[in-house]
Ligand binder design. Structure first.
Ligand SMILES: NC(=O)c1ccc[n+]([C@@H]2O[C@H](COP(=O)([O-])OP(=O)(O)OC[C@H]3O[C@@H](n4cnc5c(N)ncnc54)[C@H](O)[C@@H]3O)[C@@H](O)[C@H]2O)c1
Length: 347
């Protein structure tokens, strides 16, 4: 609906805040309802305090209007609950990311990720939630996923990302997703001669087709809002570096880089960005499992360590810090990139 109060609102805001331009996003979201009109004015008159209250409102998922009612006791009208809730949701990302507000780097963002049960996915889910995001962490491993239950800001759901119906059901459950983080992957050990048809198909299915399914399922809603951010988990073992005994794995991760650049190029003008993360060797349960599975695990560990130019492996938390940056508005101008985090392994 067109807001007929726009000139009046602009004059009030300019009068009260001569130095601060009236935020244009407000104008898009204002409805003709008189109550939301007053809410807009309050946010402009008291930006700092109303942002703090808004942050609490969103992070605690309070579905009543008490914070606003107590903050604005002189409000001329009571707020209708549903309309206030909807307005707060729509305004949240723009208001919370403004410079007058010092809160989490991902406040107000809704993030869905795969492979959240362990390793990098688990570390990313925790890091995102710590920065104020509402995270849906999914994984095929329901038992391990349960360990995240109870952490503020994290919801969990068992999803096999190779199953189209499960992926589509997951997308349907979310009205709005700001960041989709595709992490699930499988490491096959061996050269092309060790790679049977089944190994090839399984790896490409988990590592590449899953990202195709997830991105196709979530993109339409992002496009409808002209805003979205997709992060894909690739690897340095890909088109970046040839690695011994990682034939189908590296092939799949090179495909992830291609998929990332393709999505970034196709939708850049519609407000979508897409980047991938390329770690070197990260100390995760699956890496430990791969070492243990070798005929001589001690030697296998030494071999892994020998290629670490920093003298140590990367931690899952270090990868998660990079992912926080990519998920946040700090990286708003970054798209179509491979973000390498390998301690110089590729050099
Ligand atoms: N660990 C490393 O050294 C390293 C290096 C570079 C890239 N990566 C990539 O990072 C990602 C995560 O690796 P990690 O070592 O942290 O994880 P991990 O192997 O420890 O965990 C992977 C998770 O994915 C889940 N998963 C597997 N198949 C799934 C499916 N079909 N649907 C949903 N979930 C599924 C597993 O249950 C598990 O919880 C992978 O894509 C991996 O290729 C890892």
């Amino acid at each position: 609906m067109v807001n007929s109060n726009k000139p009046l609102l602009q004059s009030i805001a300019t009068f009260l805040h001569p130095g601060i331009p009236f935020p244009p996003l407000h104008m898009h979201t204002i409805q003709t309802l008189s109550n939301t009109f007053y809410l807009e004015i309050m946010i402009d008159i008291f930006p700092y305090f109303s942002k703090k209250i808004l942050a609490n409102y969103i992070s605690e998922e309070k579905h009543n209007v008490l914070p606003f009612a107590t903050f604005c006791p002189f409000f001329p009208f009571p707020f209708p609950v549903q309309q206030t809730k909807n307005l707060v949701k729509r305004l949240s990302s723009s208001i919370l990311s403004s410079e007058t507000c010092t809160m989490g780097r991902l406040d107000g963002k809704v993030i869905v990720l795969s492979a959240g049960a362990q390793g990098i996915g688990r570390a990313a889910a925790i890091a995102f939630a710590k920065e104020g995001a509402q995270v849906t962490a999914t994984d095929i491993n329901g038992e391990k996923l349960k360990e995240l239950d109870g952490i503020a800001g994290i919801k969990t759901k068992v999803v096999d990302v190779t199953k189209k119906d499960q992926v589509e059901a997951l997308a349907k459950e979310h009205d709005r997703v700001d960041v989709l983080f595709n992490i699930a992957g499988f490491v096959h050990h061996g050269s092309i001669l060790d790679c049977e048809d089944a190994d090839w198909d399984f790896t490409m299915n988990v590592n590449v087709r899953s990202m195709y399914l997830m991105s196709r399922a979530f993109l339409p809603k992002m496009l409808a809002r002209k805003s979205g951010n997709i992060i894909n988990m690739a690897s340095v073992a890909s088109s970046i570096k040839g690695v011994v005994n990682r034939c189908v794995y590296s092939t799949s991760k090179a495909a992830v880089i291609g998929l990332t650049k393709s999505i970034a190029a196709d939708f850049i003008e519609q407000g979508i960005r897409c980047n991938c993360v390329c770690p070197g060797t990260v100390d995760t349960p699956s890496l430990r499992g791969r070492i243990e599975a070798q005929p001589d695990p001690e030697q296998a560990y030494k071999d892994f360590m020998a290629r670490q130019k920093t003298g140590r492996m990367c931690t899952a938390e270090e990868v998660a810090y990079l992912c926080v940056y990519l998920a946040s508005d700090e990286s708003a101008y970054v798209t179509g990139t491979e973000q390498i985090i390998d301690g110089g392994w590729r050099l």
